[in-house]
Design a protein around this ligand. Sequence first.
Ligand code: SF4
Length: 367
Amino acid sequence: MAFYDVKQQYDALDFKEYVANVSDDMVINSIQKEKIDKVDFLNLLSPKAMNHIEKIAQKSHEISLKHFGKSILLYAPLYVSNFCINNCAYCGFSTTNKIKREVLSFEEIKENSKVVAGYGIRHILIVSGENRTKTSLYYFKRCVEILKNYFEVVDIEIYPLDEYEYKEMGNIGVSGLTIFQETYNEKIYKVLHTKGAKSNYKYRLETCERAGICNYRSLNVGSLLGLNDFVSELFFVGLHAKYLQQKFPAIEVGVSFPRFRPALGAYHPKSVISDINLIQAICAMRLFINRVNITVSTRESKELRSNLIPLGVTKMSAASSTEVGGYIKKRDFEGQFKVNDTATVEEVKEMIYQKGYQPIMKDWIKL
Ligand code: SF4
């Protein structure tokens, strides 16, 4: 069964009503279980769970230590193009925004790679707006070939591909895929994505399944927190990650928790996710899926990232630029969103050491 069909089984659920009726006893009972199920997960995402957040955080810490030890993998994104045919209302790269558009030349990719590799980064994520004319599959293949000279791991966060295309990208060395559904609510999704290939909700939702069949090493999912209500989004992110883990047991599945950040355009998020809600989300996810990777990017502040380290985070971006080629040229702001933590790689490493954890620059070598 495809995840789309799994998800539909829960579409009629009234999440607001359910969590409003969760009691302290229900939360305590869920925390105490060895393995929590979907209902427990919802209990931990409820407002009542806030009364028990320290216990939830403590359990999340213990489970994370057991499965991941005290290591945090560092990576950096490389934005290669901001051409995009889509009009996501919340994104600085939306086709409706009047910004300078550019695609990095292969020479510029080399130059940016030298800078990022010079920071000590060994794990790079290619990020791009979605435009098959300006950035063809051939273009991305060349990018990967160049990046492999500088980095051990090359992952992609680009437009969704067909299965045969994932196979081709995997064959030349791509090991991981990040793709955010943005919102799992199909109705809201259709309002926010009215143009371009991204308007196809189902095709995007099934992207990880197409890559999973091609034996990618890692799959990373998430939704942009703020576009819809917190509980239902987190529930579906967790359900999706668990589905992928069960369907592809050899693949590392990860979850990101991107919160809405200011970007070009006048979009105002439907809901604001507080720091404590983010902590609740991360810890509840850890209890629901013990072995899932948890990524926190530079969207979050240095202080918060530091505090999140013992709670279950396994992967962090560092020294990120969300501008195209932003490692060799800096402008005021034409990135996809505003970076919050502007610390250097060395400063991020120091922050991790201060917490008693170890920064890891590479955790895998392709033979
Ligand atoms: S979120 Fe992605 S697809 Fe949407 S406008 Fe931004 S770059 Fe394009």
